[in-house]
Design a protein around this ligand. Structure first.
Ligand code: SF4
Length: 411
């Protein structure tokens, strides 16, 4: 897979997102480790009694505020809706001047709960829905059969209004082929679905390949949630997902990325913004537009932008005014005007912007080093320090990060 990277995308032609450890778009808060599902690929041990107190949450928010400038806070877990005081937590985040975004599987979401969260100040939801979750009454459903469930949540949010709607799905080797159709489903609901996120499945193999060390001593990784003891594909790359999407959308064009800590040309976070209607995608914004939106937000508000409000995304036509500054927008405008010539009524139709994001989590490098997302947004607090949320189990179990050593190096 490696050697094909630059044939798919050249990182030098994309905008490298300006996110860093102290100055980023979002933080990752985990008010609970309790969850009502057991998803394949989950990184956190499900602990039904592990709700943090409001004082603990306040303390973690203070650590974020002291160490990091951000635009929003992803409230995750566990499933944050399991926390009995979730509305209060959302309110605390909003009162800090941050956008509260709930990352949930949606199971515990009712219309009453949603309205209460909206009153508390929630600005966005990211629903994790995929076929690796073993949802009750949905066992054996394919990714496409889950689109009805995705739609149910998008419609709930649309009914309340003003809340950003995102869906994420873990991508396994056997579900990669469904990605283009989920992207097509997203287009059909571009008016109420704002963001689609695809996350490549990752795990730490314990049965062969690596030994794991902490402080030079071998540790047993078996209790760690992301340890696996059988052969599975753990190196799907962002570019593999791009290639798959291009089977349905040949001109699919990402515009910004975060590189890997070990590889400047890896796309750990790969961002694409497309513009269109339910019937047609007219084009994709280019890197200059991404640069402009991040820089302008930072210039005016002091933080990098996370989760654009749905009202703004529904005004994509006005963004086309910036087309002299961005090649992607300029191509999009030409494609739109071409259609307007034959169908003038399109001029009165809303154009929407929708983001398609691909995440390629931790990668094992040949020597055993782990390549993380450089400028990781999903940073959380552990022991008053900022840490990668995707590897926090190592700190909980061993008190330090684990170092992987290829078995051949030890023999
Ligand atoms: S380093 Fe881990 S926690 Fe951070 S963005 Fe990447 S996958 Fe997420």
């Amino acid at each position: 897979m490696e050697d094909t990277l630059n044939h798919v995308l050249d990182h030098r032609e994309l905008y490298r997102m300006p996110w860093t450890l102290p100055d980023n778009a979002i933080n990752w808060l985990e008010p609970t480790s309790a969850c009502n599902l057991y998803c394949d690929g989950c990184y956190r041990k499900n602990d039904s009694n592990a709700h943090k107190s409001l004082d603990q949450v306040r303390h973690e928010l203070d650590v974020f505020n002291r160490l990091r400038k951000t635009d929003g806070v992803s409230i995750a877990g566990g499933d944050p809706l399991m926390h009995p005081q979730i509305e209060k937590i959302v309110e605390m985040v909003a009162n800090d001047g941050q956008k509260p975004i709930i990352n949930t599987n949606g199971l515990a979401l009712t219309m009453d709960k949603l309205r209460a969260l909206k009153n508390a100040g929630v600005e966005g939801f990211t629903f994790h829905i995929d076929s690796g979750q073993q949802r009750p009454h949905m066992k054996g459903k394919t990714e496409l059969e889950l689109n009805d469930l995705r739609l149910k949540y998008a419609q709930m949010l649309a009914e309340v209004g003003g809340i950003s709607c995102a869906f994420n799905a873990t991508v396994y080797e056997h579900t990669l082929k469904y990605v283009p159709e989920i992207v097509e489903w997203g287009q059909k609901h571009i008016d109420i679905v704002n963001i689609l996120v695809f996350i490549a499945y990752r795990a730490a193999p314990v049965h062969k390949g690596y030994e794991y060390l902490v402080g030079g001593k071998k540790v047993d990784m078996t209790p760690i949630m992301y340890a696996i003891d059988k052969d599975r594909a753990i190196s799907i790359m962002s570019t593999d997902i791009v290639k798959e999407i291009r089977k349905k959308y040949p001109d699919f064009q990402p515009s910004a990325y975060l590189n890997g800590t070990e590889r400047p040309d890896h796309f750990k976070w790969l961002l694409t913004l497309r513009i269109g209607t339910k019937d047609k995608i007219y084009g994709y914004t280019g890197p200059k537009f991404m640069e402009l939106s991040q820089s302008l937000h930072h210039f005016t508000k002091g933080t990098y932008l996370a989760y654009t409000k749905p009202q703004v995304l529904g005004r994509a036509k006005s963004m086309l005014a910036l087309s002299p500054l961005d090649k992607g927008l300029s191509k999009t405008l030409s494609a739109f005007l071409h259609d307007v010539k034959w169908k003038p009524h399109l001029l009165f139709k809303k154009l929407h912007m929708q983001s398609v994001m691909i995440i390629q989590p931790a990668d094992f490098m040949p020597g055993g080093a782990l390549s993380m997302c450089d400028g990781c947004p999903d940073i959380t607090v552990y022991d008053d320090k900022l840490v990668w949320s995707c590897r926090m189990e190592e700190l909980i179990n061993f008190g330090d990060w684990v170092r992987a050593v290829p078995e051949t190096d030890r023999t």
